[in-house]
Design a protein around this ligand. Structure first.
Ligand SMILES: [Zn+2]
Length: 381
């Protein structure tokens, strides 16, 4: 039997249930989970913010890093053509583009907007709760014949699974900066201000530097544990929004810190609808504003949004990532593993009902940067 954490609906406590270990057909795999993060999207789902019906009770968790423990004979390669074996370390992302719809075929750079995405390694014919998909579980199961859009990404053999569990959120940051690069709005040596100091904001500080930023600043809260970690990741200064309570104070502080005419690039990783009008005032005229995220509350139009015009800035949206972005996330984490205190982002929780409930509560209260559930601790050795 395989133990999985389930939720009966928004606001409910996790309940661990058991699923029969499946037979693994020729193009499928059973993946044992070493670490799985708690994401802002999970928190939104658990607060009841998801706009569409969900198949409660189901298993959450999509920042998955694990090890293949059973593999069908024909599942020989990952999405990038790397060989898969029993024992291979892998990550699987949420929201995998199908590869077949109009967007996937005609606009591969925008396959993040796939019309029929594959979620959470979910598979047909095994769709009664409790499910065997979602990473807050001992195993996930994927079947590429049932859902051909499913993508598996091999991790380097010596990559800790804790690091692998950060590949998905880091990839979102890389794609957002790559969008700005392609638009001519992010160049070598540029000064970047990150709005937000949650896990995405922290990883964006690393991605900005890896992709050529000269100076990086971060606006967020709370000081402990988040802003302190932002500085350890290389932010030269942080601005505490709990200390400076008005946008005017924060704009003045950021502009003083940045100097000159303002930042070249501001990236909003905060998910707060009011961040945009404030953030564009951090920019020099002619700068670039990136609104990035996936499940974000942003969307309300503030009156000062006309400043986009007055300041002649470029505004870009970046939503999640495509199947071809993820290897960049794995590679950056692996290459830069000794350059940033990645593992210090994570607070680890055991895979039991109390541990999962605490992981969620601590993430919601911003007591952690990245609550991370550890279903199979032996895999982290
Ligand atoms: Zn598609």
């Amino acid at each position: 039997m395989i133990r999985v954490a389930t939720f009966a609906g928004p606001g409910t406590a996790p309940v661990i249930r058991e699923v029969a270990r499946p037979q693994v057909p020729k193009n499928a795999a059973l993946i044992q989970i070493g670490a799985c993060g708690v994401c802002g999207t999970d928190l939104h789902i658990l607060k009841g913010h998801w706009p569409k019906p969900l198949p409660w009770p189901f298993t959450l968790g999509h920042e998955i890093a694990g090890v293949i423990v059973e593999r069908g004979a024909e599942l020989a390669e990952d999405f990038m053509g790397k060989p898969l074996e029993v024992g291979s370390r892998v990550m699987i992302p949420p929201l995998m583009p199908c590869g077949r719809c109009h967007y996937c075929v005609h606009y591969p750079q925008n396959a993040n907007k796939c019309l029929t995405p594959v979620y959470y390694g979910r598979y047909l014919g095994f769709d009664k709760a409790p499910h065997l998909w979602g990473g807050w579980a001992e195993h996930v199961y994927v079947d590429l014949d049932m859902l051909p859009g499913t993508k598996i990404y091999k991790l380097p053999d010596d990559m800790p699974l804790r690091l692998g569990a950060l590949a998905e959120p880091l990839t979102s940051c890389i794609r957002a900066f790559a969008r700005a690069q392609r638009a001519g709005g992010f160049g070598y040596g540029d000064t970047v201000v990150i709005q937000g100091s949650g896990p995405i904001g922290i990883l964006a500080i690393a991605a900005a530097q890896e992709m050529g930023a000269g100076r990086v600043l971060c606006v967020g809260a709370p000081e402990e544990p988040r802003l302190r970690l932002a500085r350890r990741f290389g932010a030269e200064a942080t601005v505490d929004i709990e200390e400076l309570k008005t946008p005017q104070e924060r704009i003045a502080r950021v502009r003083e810190l940045v100097g000159g005419f303002g930042a070249d690039l501001v990236m909003d990783c905060s998910g707060h609808p009011s961040a945009g009008p404030e953030g564009i005032e951090f920019l020099r005229d002619g700068g670039t504003y990136v609104e990035m995220g996936q499940f974000t509350d942003a969307g309300s139009i503030e009156t000062s949004w006309h400043r986009i015009c007055a300041k002649d800035i470029s505004v870009l949206g970046s939503w999640a990532f495509t199947g071809n972005d993820l290897p960049l996330g794995v590679d950056m984490l692996y290459r830069a593993r000794d350059s940033y205190p990645f593992l210090d982002m994570q607070t680890l929780y055991p895979f039991d009902e109390d541990g999962i409930a605490r992981a969620i509560a601590d993430a919601m209260a911003m007591r952690t940067v990245k609550s991370t559930i550890v279903p199979c601790p032996e895999l982290l050795q």
